[in-house]
Ligand binder design. Sequence first.
Ligand code: NAP
Length: 289
Amino acid sequence: MTSVAVLGTGLMGAPMARNIVKSGMPVRVWNRTKDKAQPLAADGAVVADSPAEAVEGADVIVTMLSDGNAVHAAMSAAAPGLRSGQVWAQMSTVGVEAAGRLAALAAEHGLTFVDAPVQGTRQPAEQGKLVVLAAGPAAARQVLEPVFGAVGMRTLWLGEDGAEGTASKLKLAAVSYAISLTAVVAESLALAKGLGLDPDLVRQVIGGGPLDNAYFQGKSKAILEGDFTPSFTVSNAEKDTRLITRAGESAGVKLDVVAAAGERFRRAEAQGHGEEDIAATYFASFDKG
Ligand SMILES: NC(=O)c1ccc[n+]([C@@H]2O[C@H](COP(=O)([O-])OP(=O)(O)OC[C@H]3O[C@@H](n4cnc5c(N)ncnc54)[C@H](OP(=O)(O)O)[C@@H]3O)[C@@H](O)[C@H]2O)c1
């Protein structure tokens, strides 16, 4: 039975860990703020006091933390518990440069590094329906199969070298779509409101037509109902806009929309909406937020 350590039990890491436990694998979890990991004990996970305690003896280590620096810090702290040959599935969105840096850290400890970010937000994470984008050695695939099967509905394998950040590149391309779409939906509703209209009229115009989709419905519903319970936080999305912009610059690709979305997220953060759902980018259209 594959034993798994999950470092990071935030919006995504907690349901992912829960689904791995449900699949019958022994799981140890660690989170910087221990209170957030504690509920997983009721599901059958062992809540560790440190990253080193969590990873000790695990066949697979999953990291699901906010960014590359957080992952690097947690895995460095895990060092006393690491042993050569463990498989590390790095599933946070860290961007291309950090994927390379983390692969180098893995090599220092003899770990098999798999660059494995996910597509899908909190609800698919709860349902075990994420899409895993993975690049890493073929030998790791068999070990990871039950873990990726527990958290996702499919895995897209993208090559054997996790250090190249191929999966992280695809993740940035995919998340740029979600981020840009959210900003556009929010602006459209904000414009209607600013023009003195009921923003729900926008939903009535778009709904059922060729521009309608589940994402438009979800984000416009959140804005209209004022329910910004996070699925994907403004702060994490802002971080992603910087990773996407940097990746575009290094590839010589001009990315205007995502840069504008980044400005909106920074304004929303300054207004105090950083920990809310990205639909709260709506407030960035108004001076008073
Ligand atoms: N939410 C989504 O829709 C979604 C979808 C796909 C990918 N992602 C990516 O998945 C990752 C996790 O996302 P999430 O939504 O679960 O984020 P989240 O709820 O904000 O959780 C972030 C996690 O990172 C930890 N953390 C932050 N800084 C840290 C540090 N310096 N040292 C140790 N731990 C640190 C937090 O610990 P504390 O609890 O102590 O703060 C928490 O466990 C991010 O890279 C995100 O971009 C998110």
